[in-house]
Design a protein around this ligand. Structure first.
Ligand code: ADE
Ligand code: ZN
Length: 349
């Protein structure tokens, strides 16, 4: 396989899914600067990249929240969504389930209907242009507490029932932000409400906390996927169960180095061990623009760090499809597309 990078890299061109990508974390640097100017928000620096060095998840969240604060009206969300998909599709994204985390915007008076409609407009334009497809997961922000989470899910369901614009794009709920000192079980009311309304369920868990929190997300919140789940291998029983039940983990190895500071180098990341343990450990970007990453770079980095073959990376891409919330027909179509592209790329590689 060639050592090429960027669009010359078969791993960049391979059709891929991303099940763990925060749309706010895709904001281009130019967009950060332009939205700050447009919305009269002062940035602490003229080059946002200077901010993109993190000593912990919580220090990252300060930057994430600053970037989020630049999204002030519906058009800002539209621009963000459009650019997110165009930029991801340029590196092989064919299907994404992207998070948005509206707690602080709602607190500041924005309407959930406007946020979703704005995102939907941008996604639709980019889908038309690129052929990629994107769905949304509405994340609860743990920094805002269980009450705000329940209110957000309840509003979401009301808007869905009313047939509000873009709501059919929101297929599930999740939970992100700081983990430490938070018991996932405190969010049970919001998750129960989401389940009753037919929404899919995931949660960021085990990024910086022990495996009992993963177990609580599975048992109490009835999550169908776990985002990150880095600590899973610390508990043999949880590992065995997740492997046996094929409960997907949406792993983001580069993020775990740059954001959670979990390991220093990719070679030290438990990703390969997770897969060796039989876990459905998928590969995703988290906050690509805030960690100078894209899906092609992530696949290349993991390939190189663990000595994987091209066929291993195709299998990882296939696991992403299986872990998605597409229906069986959608999964079959993506698998067929992956298979035929992989054959072509293998020959050209
Ligand atoms: N929000 C955006 N990225 C996140 C991450 N890696 N962990 C928790 N919350 C986040
Ligand atoms: Zn995340």
């Amino acid at each position: 396989m060639s050592e090429a990078t960027g669009r010359d890299d078969p791993l960049d061109r391979l059709p891929k899914v991303d099940l763990h990508c925060h749309v706010e974390g895709t904001m281009r640097r130019e967009t950060v600067i332009e939205l700050a100017a447009h919305n009269n928000i002062e940035l602490p620096t003229s080059d946002p990249a200077e901010l993109y060095h993190y000593s912990s998840l919580d220090s990252f969240l300060e930057v994430f929240w600053l970037v989020q604060s630049l999204l002030v009206d519906r058009d800002d969300w539209t621009r963000l969504a459009y650019e997110a998909v165009v930029d991801s599709a340029a590196h092989g994204l064919v299907y994404g389930e992207f998070f948005f985390t509206p707690a602080r915007h709602l607190e500041q008076g924005q309407f959930l209907a406007d946020i979703v409609a704005g995102l939907d407009e941008g996604f639709a334009a980019a889908e038309q242009e690129t052929g990629a497809q994107v769905r949304l997961i509405a994340d609860m922000d743990r920094a805002h507490g269980p009450g705000a989470a329940l209110a957000m899910v309840s509003q979401l369901i009301d808007l869905r029932r009313a047939g509000a614009t873009g709501m059919d794009r929101v297929i599930g709920v999740g939970m992100d932000s700081t983990e430490e000192g938070v018991n996932p079980a405190d969010y049970v009311a919001a998750y129960e409400l989401a389940e009753r309304a037919g929404l899919r369920r995931t949660a960021h868990q085990g990024e910086t906390t022990p495996p009992w929190t993963i177990q609580a997300a599975l048992d109490v919140l009835r999550c169908e996927r776990i985002d990150h789940g880095l600590s899973v291998l610390d508990d043999l029983e949880v590992t065995r169960r997740m492997a046996a039940e094929k409960i997907p983990l949406t792993v983001c190895p580069t993020s775990n180095i740059k954001i959670a500071n979990h390991v220093e180098r990719l070679e030290l990341h438990p990703y390969a061990e997770m897969r060796d343990a039989g876990l459905l450990a998928t590969l995703n970007t988290d906050d690509p623009a805030l960690t100078e990453l894209d899906l092609g770079i992530e696949y290349r980095a993991v390939h190189d760090a663990f000595g994987y073959e091209f066929a291993d990376m195709v299998a990882i891409a296939g696991d992403g499809i299986d872990a998605s919330w597409l229906d069986d027909d959608g999964k079959r179509r993506l698998h067929a597309r992956l298979r035929s592209a992989a054959e072509e790329l293998q020959d050209s590689g």
